[in-house]
Ligand binder design. Structure first.
Ligand SMILES: Cc1ncc(COP(=O)(O)O)c(C=O)c1O
Length: 444
């Protein structure tokens, strides 16, 4: 009779075997992706220019997209659940977006002067987001956070920035499993996410050094983990008490309603950063907030802070972004979309509960993640390093790809506007099959 220990060893072996077999099937099904990857290895480190798109043994190379579909160079079709890490809210080739780009294209790409879109887009953002009195544009979420932090430091005359374990604010603002090796050299104070007492103690102790507290209302990269409303409210109060700028990184969460998560939760930061879907799928980001802080950038002022950037008012991205907000992502559409994401999350969790597998879906609205473990997940600490879970996530990823569902290896996925209810049913069916086939490994 097998002892509990040998049974556990058996489950471990089975898991390794299952991952190896899934990987072998993946490799066999993607010869062209592999060939391109191997060619790219000669000229790019790891054959890759965007780490988050890499997965072992090599990523799928995408040939084209249409609506909520992706097609790879090996001839497979996928439901696109990655949604370009939330920048793809409109899906691929939305007619309103492509028409706006075409129309703007006729009038020139890089004009070297203020254009007719920037003021209209800024006005729309200020109308929508409670914290935005003045706003400026830039090229990426990383840049938006860099400018927001720098604005807060200049405004307060203090050096340090509080961020949170598991936080991600761009390529040089990485706080998952410790600080990123190439983080921008600001004095960081890293606090425990969703831990009110721990964070407050640290904030009170370091308040005099702190220019800003930078927080994602839903930690995206860490695994779609929502900040608890009481946690954000407490941060708001503490920042007000100590004259610290509260910055909401809404680069991912701005799609949660017309006014982002701040409007949904009724917590208004001093500064907000935006990006991802803002340019309709083209590169565009923004930072803004209280007039007193943002007025530092007013070039008419004697000691104004210069804010440069060749592509800050990129015409095509602005035209696409403005058309998207005005004609597609209306307040009603964004509210309905948030509710739809909540329903999908609830259905996935109900399915896992019904099948009695340790599995959960986290997130808020259309920013979601699948985890091969049971909930609740309140912070990166709950996800801790686990070789077994990492293998389960790999298996899930391979087997969802195999069933035609494209998402991030770590389980992150988004609901985009063109997803249909058939797409949702198909994902639930694929998960049901995964649970049935792999129940002993999930439970192991
Ligand atoms: C919350 C958050 N902030 C900032 C960024 C950085 O944005 P970008 O990739 O446009 O630099 C990201 C990107 O994933 C993000 O998720």
């Amino acid at each position: 009779m097998a002892t509990a220990r040998t049974a556990r060893r058996g489950a471990k072996f089975d898991l390794e075997e299952a991952v190896a077999q899934a990987e072998a099937r993946y490799v066999a099904a993607h010869p062209k992706s592999r060939e391109i990857f191997e060619r790219n290895l000669e000229v790019m480190p790891g054959g890759n220019t965007r780490t988050v798109l890499f997965f072992h043994p090599f990523p799928v190379v995408i040939a084209r997209g249409a609506g909520a579909r992706l097609f790879d160079v090996d001839g497979h079709e996928y439901v696109d659940w990655l949604g370009e890490y939330s920048a793809g809210l409109y899906g691929h080739s939305h007619p309103v977006i492509t028409a706006a780009i075409r129309e703007a294209l006729e009038e020139g790409i890089a004009l070297g002067g203020p254009n007719r879109f920037e003021g209209a887009l800024a006005a729309e953002l200020c109308r929508r987001f409670p914290s935005l009195q003045l706003v400026r544009f830039c090229n990426s979420g990383t840049e938006a956070n860099l400018f927001a932090i720098s604005a807060a430091r200049a405004y307060t005359g203090r050096p340090a920035v509080m961020v949170f374990e598991g936080g991600y604010h761009g390529g040089v603002f990485h706080f998952r499993a410790g600080e990123g090796a190439i983080n921008a050299p600001f004095p960081w104070v890293v606090a425990p996410f969703n831990d009110l007492d721990g964070t407050l103690a640290l904030l009170e102790e370091r308040a005099k050094e702190l220019a800003a507290v930078l927080v994602e209302p839903v930690q995206g990269s860490a695994g779609a983990i929502p900040a608890e409303p009481a946690f954000l409210r407490t941060l708001r109060e503490a920042c007000t008490r100590h004259g610290i700028c509260l910055i909401f990184d809404e680069v991912m969460t701005s799609r949660s309603s017309a006014g982002g998560m701040q409007a949904r939760l009724g917590v208004t930061p001093d500064l907000t950063t935006l990006g991802k879907y803002l340019g309709g799928g083209l590169g565009l980001a923004a930072f803004g907030g209280k007039a007193a802080i943002m007025a530092q950038f007013d070039p008419r002022r004697p000691r104004a802070i210069p804010h440069a950037g060749t592509f800050n008012n990129a015409v095509l991205a602005m035209a696409a972004g403005l058309a998207g907000l005005a004609r597609v992502a209306t307040p009603e559409v964004l509210d309905a979309h948030f509710a739809r994401g909540e329903r999908l999350k609830a259905r996935i969790n109900a399915l896992a509960a019904e099948r009695r597998v340790p599995f959960c879906c986290t997130g808020a609205g259309s920013i979601l993640a699948l985890h091969c473990r049971s909930g609740p997940i309140r912070s990166e600490r709950d996800l801790g390093p686990s070789e077994r879970r990492e293998k389960l996530q790999r298996l899930l990823h391979f087997e969802l790809l195999e069933r035609g569902h494209y998402l991030a290896r770590r389980g992150y996925f988004t609901l985009s506007l063109p997803h249909t209810s058939e797409d949702e049913e198909s994902l639930l069916k694929a998960l049901g099959e995964f649970f049935a086939a792999r129940r002993h490994l999930l439970a192991g």
